[in-house]
Design a binder for this molecule. Structure first.
Ligand code: SF4
Length: 352
C-alpha cells in the first residue's frame, strides 16, 4: 500500500544495477526480488538479457517471487537450467476462502498443477511460504495448510520418488499501519503456539522441513510496528535493561521487553491484541502515505466479505494517490508514473 503505484525499472537499468553490484561485490548469487517478479511487463526480455550477459560466468540467478502459474516455470526454465536452488511458491494461506480474503485468489487445483509441473520439469525441492494469524482464520485454514503440504509432497514423491523435498516456512501476520488490516489484532502467543503445534504434529513424520516464526519475536514486531509515541520510552527502558541486537534470536529476551513495558506502566496488549474501531484516531494517521483511509476501510470490508479486487495496474480502484501526488504525475521533477484511468461505477470482482 505505501509503495503504490507500481513503477518499473527498465531492463537496461536493472542490468546496469546487477552488473555494478556483481563487479563491486563479487557475489555470485543474484535474486530478482519483487512482490511478484512475473508482473514486470518486460520480464522475459530481462531474463533473456541476464542469460546473455552472464552465460560464461558462474552466476546463480534466482526469481524467488513468482506467481503460481506455468508462465513462472517457463521463466525459471530460461534461467540456464539452474534447478538446485529450489522453487519458491507463496500460497500464503491454506484455503481458497482465506486466499481470497487476502486478495490472492488461487485455486487448489492451480496450486497442485504448478507443484506437479515443477517436479516434472526437474526441480527436486519446492519451498512453500504461508502466513498464519490472518483475520477470520479458522481451524479449517490451518488444516488447509497441512493438507496442501502433504498433497504437494505426495505429488512430488509420485513424480520423482524420494528425491522430492518440501521446505515449508510459516510466518505470522502482524497487521501493519497504512494497510487494510491496520485495525485488526495480532494473534496471541497462545493461539499462535497452538496453531504451530498442530502443524508440527501433523507434519512430523512426513519428512517435510518446517520453519516457524518464534511467537515471542512476533510480539516485538507487533509492539514496534503498531505502537504510538509512548513506545519510544519503552524502547529506551528495554535498552537500559540490556536489550540489544533483538533481531538475533539468541540476543532477544522477551521478558526484558515485558519488564520495560512494566517500567513505563504500559500494557503491551494495548498495542498488539486490541481490535481498533474504524473511527479510532490511529497513532500514524498524521502520516500521509497518499492512500486514502476510506480506501483502506473499503479494502478491509472487501476482505471480510471475501471479495477480491482486480490488480490496479489494469484498472484503477481509486486509492487516492493520484490526487495526493498530482504534481508528480506525468513529468514531475524527480518521478513520474501513469496509473490507468479510473472506471466509474466499477465494482470489485466477486470470488467464491
Ligand atoms: S488504485 Fe489507481 S491511483 Fe491507486 S495505485 Fe492503483 S491505479 Fe494508481
Amino acid at each position: 500500500m505505501v509503495n503504490r503505484p507500481v513503477r518499473q525499472r527498465s531492463v537496461e537499468q536493472i542490468i546496469a544495477a546487477l552488473d555494478s553490484a556483481y563487479h563491486a561485490t563479487g557475489i555470485e548469487e543474484i535474486g530478482l526480488l519483487s512482490l511478484s517478479s512475473s508482473d514486470h511487463t518486460q520480464i522475459k526480455s530481462l531474463v533473456e538479457a541476464i542469460n546473455q550477459k552472464y552465460q560464461d560466468d558462474n552466476v546463480n540467478i534466482s526469481l524467488p517471487s513468482l506467481r503460481i502459474e506455468t508462465f513462472s516455470l517457463d521463466l525459471m526454465d530460461m534461467l540456464q537450467g539452474k534447478r538446485h536452488g529450489g522453487f519458491t511458491l507463496a500460497p500464503e494461506a491454506g484455503t481458497e476462502r482465506m486466499r481470497n480474503a487476502i486478495n490472492k485468489p488461487i485455486s487448489p487445483t492451480q496450486l497442485l498443477d504448478t507443484v506437479s509441473a515443477i517436479f516434472n520439469r526437474g526441480w527436486q525441492t519446492i519451498k512453500l511460504y504461508f502466513m498464519i494469524g490472518q483475520p477470520g482464520e479458522t481451524e479449517e485454514d490451518i488444516e488447509g495448510i497441512i493438507a496442501l503440504c502433504l498433497d504437494a509432497l505426495k505429488l512430488g514423491r509420485t513424480i520423482i520418488g524420494h528425491k522430492a523435498k518440501l521446505h515449508v516456512s510459516i510466518g505470522t501476520l502482524v497487521p501493519k499501519p497504512h494497510t487494510p488490516f491496520q485495525w485488526v489484532a495480532t494473534d496471541s502467543i497462545e493461539h499462535i503456539s497452538e496453531k504451530q503445534d498442530r502443524i508440527k504434529r501433523a507434519l512430523k513424520k512426513s519428512g517435510i522441513k518446517l520453519m516457524l516464526t518464534d511467537p515471542q519475536a512476533t510480539m516485538l514486531e507487533a509492539w514496534l510496528s503498531r505502537g504510538d509515541r509512548r513506545i519510544g520510552a519503552v524502547i529506551f527502558a528495554a535498552w537500559k535493561r540490556g536489550a540489544k541486537f533483538d533481531a538475533w534470536q539468541d540476543q532477544y529476551n522477551y521478558q526484558t521487553w515485558l519488564q520495560a513495558f512494566d517500567d513505563r506502566s504500559i500494557d503491551p496488549n494495548h498495542y498488539a491484541h486490541r481490535i481498533r474501531d474504524i473511527d479510532e484516531v490511529l497513532p500514524w494517521d498524521h502520516i500521509d502515505s497518499g492512500v486514502k483511509k476510506k480506501f483502506l476501510v473499503k479494502e478491509y470490508q472487501n476482505s471480510l466479505d471475501g471479495i477480491t479486487r482486480q490488480d490496479c495496474s489494469h484498472q484503477c480502484s481509486a486509492c487516492g494517490i493520484q490526487s495526493t501526488y498530482l504534481e508528480l504525475i506525468d513529468g514531475g521533477e524527480k518521478i513520474s508514473w501513469k496509473c490507468p484511468p479510473m472506471v466509474k461505477n466499477r465494482s470489485p470482482h466477486m470470488v467464491g
